[in-house]
Write a protein that binds this ligand. Structure first.
Ligand code: IPE
Ligand code: IPE
Ligand code: MG
Length: 243
């Protein structure tokens, strides 16, 4: 079975899961975090090299203040509790997104976890936090423009690899597989540049109900996909085409 080198997951449906149980949305976020923990370990055990989890978007800041602050509390608690385990599992943790908007204590905890796991050589685990693809691309354009202004780069030298290496995801390879739970079929401002040739896997399962066997189903679907990247597959017989 061909395994993706990079899986990215839009972990969606926490609020609906909680509402179906007659509980507050935040209850869903707590359960969702436990699920994330299991899926991280599962990916690590399977030998997946890169896993990006969409944890909080730039648009999620517009949610009610109580929900936002509980999400920040959950994140801080998760990192404080889990960093030791990440090290044990040889998982390197990093973050993409605008951390200037994150509360200072949470940003500090994030910094400590990044530092503590920096020598780990197994799974590269990336949290997309306060992340938005449009903001990321805007930042990249700004930094490239500054290099041009400073005379370090000419406009002609701007190519795809310059843009690629100016994005916050660099040097992680593009996601091969993007999974979104909860039945929504959209990117919601996630990895728009990087998803150019990603395979998409949508499932109706709400994130708090997502298990390792659902992950296996996604991996199985991925291994059956034929990725062509705009070319024709090697065994297509060109002789058959009429002149
Ligand atoms: C995903 O679940 C988690 C975050 C966006 C933080 P939601 O909170 O979006 O849950 P639904 O989509 O409202 O059910
Ligand atoms: C996307 O989910 C962001 C995360 C899962 C963190 P949303 O629930 O915010 O996306 P929309 O609003 O349904 O597009
Ligand atoms: Mg949602």
């Amino acid at each position: 079975m061909t395994l993706p080198k990079h899986i990215a997951i839009i972990m969606d449906g926490n609020g609906r899961w909680a509402q179906l149980k007659g509980r507050p949305r935040t209850f869903g976020h707590v359960k969702g975090t436990r699920v994330a923990k299991k899926i991280i370990t599962a990916c690590s055990k399977k030998g997946i090299k890169n896993l990006t989890l969409y944890a909080f978007s730039t648009e999620n800041w517009f949610r009610p203040q109580a929900e936002v602050s509980l999400l920040m509390t959950i994140l801080r608690r998760y990192l404080k509790r889990e960093t030791e385990n990440l090290i044990k599992e040889n998982i390197r943790f990093s973050v993409i997104g605008d951390l200037s908007r994150v509360p200072k204590d949470v940003a500090e905890t994030i910094g400590k976890s990044i530092e503590a796991t920096s020598k780990c050589t197994g799974l590269n685990l990336v949290f997309a936090l306060s992340y938005g693809s449009r903001q990321e691309i805007t930042e990249a354009v700004r930094s490239i423009a500054a290099r041009v202004e400073a005379g370090e780069l000419s406009a002609d030298e701007i190519d795809e690899s310059v843009i690629n290496s100016s994005l916050s995801t660099y040097p992680t390879p593009d996601p091969d597989l993007i999974i979104r739970t909860s039945g929504e079929q959209r990117l919601s401002n996630f990895l728009m540049w990087q998803a150019a040739y990603s395979e998409f896997y949508f499932t109706d399962i709400l994130w708090p109900n997502f298990t390792e066997s659902h992950l296996d189903e996604a991996l199985h679907a991925f291994s059956g996909r034929q990725r062509r990247f705009g070319k024709v597959s090697a065994n297509d017989n060109l002789e058959k085409f009429p002149n």
